[in-house]
Design a protein around this ligand. Structure first.
Ligand code: PLP
Length: 449
């Protein structure tokens, strides 16, 4: 079969055969998909030859930018040498050995052991089993409830989707038992009238303690959270939130899981979001930025105090055919080489991050914008009809979708979560490209207003 060359014919073929993830299938069939054909740095090219600035790093993953030949070569070399072997049944291979050791070096000191998966969702499924196994071995099998937060996103498999707190997902597939969702630290959208961000942050964190008390500490296994809720709309907690959560996790017999699938690998200006917010997790969940999206790979890092119990317990009856896929590990190693050599984490913390934030924060003055938070290279614009009253649009999501579509027409990929526009550009974005991103975002706001 030879592929047609015109965009219209490609769209027709796509619509005829491809069921897309997280897409409105009805309107997709009517409008057709965007077809991206190539990319370089922070720029995408579509099938009509348009150049589009990728303000979302694909799906928050292309941290080192597109077109890194070094990663392509590393994957090709590995494919030539050993395209596949598994890591089951006491077997391994060199890329998995090297990557595991590299991750132990990069992560906070309590982490020295990793379990490889193929994605963020698989990582979170792994976490559920791993946490329950940990308490079984400790002879506390009744400790199996995992506390998560409303509007969290932890993936879309049955278990990871249940762990997440997305009502539209739960509506289409009921969550599995023993997962409890508490409040999210979304000050702009959920604070009481007159409540300061600090008061709200504290109150929301204390919902964790209240939930532990209500259910009984002997039934709670863990608390899972993204350092910044990403897919939920880039919800950056008030300064009081994480210290209080850290205190509760320290004082209670529960494990703390930091889902670093978005925040990990430099996004917040540290290697991991937990370092930005000074928390001390027992488990780190990773994917996306671990390979900058060049190959699918996920990982779960386990702190020594947990790993020691698991090792003592013997068999862990869990794993994936592609756990630690050699070519994916090779991509991750080359990706980490680039990140370290170019000090991309330092660049986010001290250069590109502050440069973008200064310009992004000015959007708070725009009549359509309620707040314009940003940390590292991840930010949001809350769109509102009335910024003083922190009012939401009556038809939730309509204005956000309109703005997102304007953004694409203006040559910038931003995503809309309800009426919140979000960005997370590649960590390599230059100052000129940031100026371009900001100009296109401003035009988008003006077009929408
Ligand atoms: N966890 C978080 C915080 C995520 O943002 C995502 C995806 O966006 C996932 C887990 C799921 O990752 P994947 O899509 O690789 O399964």
């Amino acid at each position: 079969m030879s592929l047609p060359s015109s965009t219209a014919e490609l769209r027709a073929l796509d619509a005829a055969h491809h069921l897309h993830p997280f897409s409105d299938m009805k309107s997709l069939n009517a409008e057709g998909s965007r077809i991206i054909v190539s990319a370089e740095g922070v720029w995408l090219t579509d099938s009509d030859g348009n150049r589009i600035l990728d303000g979302m790093s694909g799906l928050w993953c292309v941290n080192v930018g597109y077109g890194r030949q070094e990663i392509v070569d590393a994957v090709a070399r590995q494919m030539g040498e050993l395209p596949y072997y598994n890591t089951f049944f006491k077997t391994t291979h060199k890329p998995a050995i090297e990557l595991a050791a590299r991750l132990a070096e990069l992560t906070p000191p309590q982490f020295n052991r990793v379990f490889f998966t193929g994605s963020g969702s698989e990582s979170n499924d792994t976490v559920i089993k791993l946490v329950r196994r940990y308490f079984q071995i400790k002879e506390k099998p009744e400790k199996k409830i995992i506390i998560s937060r409303r509007n969290a996103y932890h993936g879309s498999t049955v278990a990871a989707g249940s762990l997440g707190g997305m009502a539209p997902m739960h509506g289409q597939s009921a969550p599995i038992p023993d997962i409890l969702h508490i409040a999210q630290p979304y000050w702009w959208g959920e604070a009481r009238q007159g409540e300061t961000p600090e008061e709200f942050g504290l109150r929301t964190a204390q919902a964790l303690e209240a939930a532990i008390d209500a259910m009984g500490e002997d039934r709670i296994a863990a608390f899972i959270a993204e350092p910044i809720q990403g897919a939920g709309g880039v919800i950056i907690p008030p300064a009081t939130y994480w210290p209080e959560i850290a205190r509760i996790c320290r004082e209670r017999d529960i494990l703390f899981i930091s889902d670093e699938v978005i925040c990990g690998f430099g996004r917040t200006g540290a290697w991991f979001g937990c370092e930005t917010f000074h928390t001390e997790p027992d488990i780190l969940v990773m994917a996306k930025g671990i390979t900058s999206g060049y190959m699918p790979l996920g990982a779960v890092m386990v702190a020594d105090r947990v790993a020691e119990v698991l090792l003592e317990g013997g068999d862990f009856n869990h794993g994936y055919t592609y756990s630690g896929h050699p070519a994916a590990c090779a991509a991750a190693i080359a990706n980490l080489d680039i990140m370290q050599r170019e000090d991309l984490v330092g660049r986010v913390a001290n250069d590109a991050g502050p440069y973008l934030k200064a310009r992004w924060s000015a959007f708070a003055e725009h009549p359509l914008v309620g707040e314009a938070p940003m940390i590292g290279l991840v930010g949001a614009l809350e769109l509102t009809p009335d910024k003083a009253g922190r009012t939401k649009f009556p038809d939730v999501g309509k204005v956000g979708t309109l703005a997102r579509d304007f953004s694409f027409k203006n040559g910038l990929v931003m995503r809309a979560v309800r009426d919140r526009l979000i960005i997370a550009p590649p960590l390599v974005i230059s100052h000129d490209e940031i100026d371009e991103l900001v100009a296109r975002a401003r035009k988008t706001l003006d077009d929408t207003y």
